[in-house]
Design a protein around this ligand. Structure first.
Ligand SMILES: [Zn+2]
Length: 55
């Protein structure tokens, strides 16, 4: 059985909750080792090395 809502959620309450759901813009930098686009603090897709800094 599916869950049944116990209380009504107002539009503002639903909107406040959903205000946190949007995806943030991805930060993409150039890998200092192979110059391909990579995300900071993630292993580079091309060379597998981790880019530690944001700028
Ligand atoms: Zn790389």
């Amino acid at each position: 059985m599916a869950g049944v809502p116990v209380k009504h959620h107002s539009k503002s309450k639903v909107g406040r909750r959903r205000s946190q759901l949007a995806l943030k813009r991805k930060i993409i930098i150039a890998c200092p080792f192979c110059k391909s686009p990579a995300m900071p603090h993630r292993a580079c897709v091309q060379c597998g090395r981790t880019v530690k800094f944001t700028k």
